[in-house]
Ligand binder design. Structure first.
Ligand code: SF4
Length: 64
């Protein structure tokens, strides 16, 4: 699965990279960067779903 971030919606609140540094890092411009092109590990998918739930901008999604 692929983790996607809609940068048009993201307002750099930072919850994703502060809570899930295994999936995201802060880019130089303050926007999050997804660390993995593709994830298949169950635990990473669970963490991605947690990040989706807490993103205040509803900017994160998981795609097949
Ligand atoms: S949690 Fe959402 S709004 Fe905050 S930096 Fe991540 S994608 Fe952007």
């Amino acid at each position: 699965m692929k983790v996607k971030i809609d940068l048009e919606k993201c307002y750099k609140a930072g919850e994703c990279y502060y809570n899930h540094p295994e999936l995201f890092k802060m880019g130089e411009d303050g926007f999050p960067v997804v660390l993995h092109e593709e994830i298949s590990d169950e635990s990473l998918i669970k963490h991605a779903n947690e990040a989706i739930e807490v993103c205040p901008a509803v900017a994160i999604s998981l795609e097949d």
